[in-house]
Design a protein around this ligand. Structure first.
Ligand code: GDP
Ligand code: MN
Length: 304
């Protein structure tokens, strides 16, 4: 009888370079999804990176809303992978259902952004991201692109553009389009405040906190005076401009797979008084991987 086959992977042969397309590098695109937006899927299909090199991974909550989103997602997957044009088809797709309790209750934007809801919510999100990451990261993965389900507009060359900087962790600037009732015209505003550079005030605040307390960004009663990338955007600024970051958001984030393989994950607890994606940035830094951001390279979040 033949010995059982053994798959050998030499991680040294998996390149992670500024030219992923030229080197045919595999991308793992991960999305925690509470709601399905058609614009998100349409935007995915427009990504110009070869789809045969992209694996998609989703995690959805086991709630009524999560069930509805799963149904919608599966419908679109069937369309794209079975009857759609061959060039649209992705290498593979994995869907996970989140089965830890209690499941997060469905919350609108105002409710989920309330400060007293944040720690529980962010911890649950961190666990969802970790489950998704640890069940999908493979030996041939070069890059992990985190893309939230409500990021509905990115440049088609997103993967190539972000990877070109050859940074361990890199975040574009997440904005939101809205109708400006004063100007009576469409407008845009910064959305993601989790991309930041640390401040002496935040460092001092953290020193006075209990071991389980976390710092949060974007709340008036917790003024951190951190430098937010959301506000570093310049209309005439260079798209390639990079800034070092101490905290990152997960709306859109490209990570070298080695950063995750080294053990950087999303702490669902206070890690240096940071949680989830912000804690991830800190962990990456402690492992020697410096995160960066692109203040003038924009992606857009859905407007609820
Ligand atoms: P916000 O934009 O910072 O308010 O955060 P969101 O509520 O948009 O959550 C970030 C991402 O996680 C989005 O892609 C959501 O669809 C998704 N999400 C939100 N809550 C859950 C949840 O309970 N479970 C899972 N699996 N995904 C979630
Ligand atoms: Mn969102």
């Amino acid at each position: 009888p033949k010995a059982p086959p053994v798959a050998h992977y030499n991680l040294n042969n998996v390149t992670i370079t500024s030219d992923p397309l030229g080197n045919q590098e595999n991308i793992l695109l991960l999305t925690p999804m509470a709601r399905f937006y058609q614009q998100y899927w349409d935007n995915l299909l427009k990504l110009s990176y070869p789809h045969e090199l992209i694996t998609l991974g989703f995690i959805l909550p086991k709630t009524k809303e999560g069930n509805a989103a799963t149904t919608e997602l599966q419908k679109q997957i069937a369309k794209t992978q079975k009857s759609g044009p061959e060039k649209d088809r992705f290498k593979s797709i994995i869907i996970l259902r989140q089965d830890f309790d209690p499941p997060l209750q469905s919350q609108d934007e105002a409710e989920r952004h309330k400060i007293q809801n944040q720690k529980i919510r962010r911890a649950a999100m961190a666990k969802a991201r970790n489950s998704l990451l640890f069940t999908t990261l493979g030996p041939a993965t070069s890059w992990v692109l985190w893309l939230d389900a409500d990021v509905i507009e990115t440049p088609p060359s997103l993967i190539q553009d972000l990877a070109a900087h050859n940074k361990p962790v890199i975040a574009p600037n997440c904005f939101q389009r809205f109708y400006n009732t004063e100007k009576k015209t469409m407008d845009e505003r910064p959305y993601d405040f989790n991309n930041w550079q640390d401040s002496p005030t935040a460092v001092e605040l953290a020193k006075k906190m209990g071991p389980d307390d976390i710092l949060l960004e974007g709340y008036a009663d917790m003024a951190t005076y951190r430098a937010l990338m959301a506000y570093m955007h310049k209309a005439d600024g260079l798209k390639q401009e990079t800034v070092p970051l101490d905290g990152v958001g997960g709306a859109a984030l490209l990570v070298k797979a080695d950063v995750h393989r080294d053990g950087a994950m999303f702490p669902p607890f206070s890690f240096y008084h940071l949680i989830e994606t912000e804690g991830f940035a800190k962990m990456a830094k402690r492992l020697g991987w410096q995160p960066f951001g692109l203040p003038n390279y924009k992606v857009y979040h859905y407007n609820e």
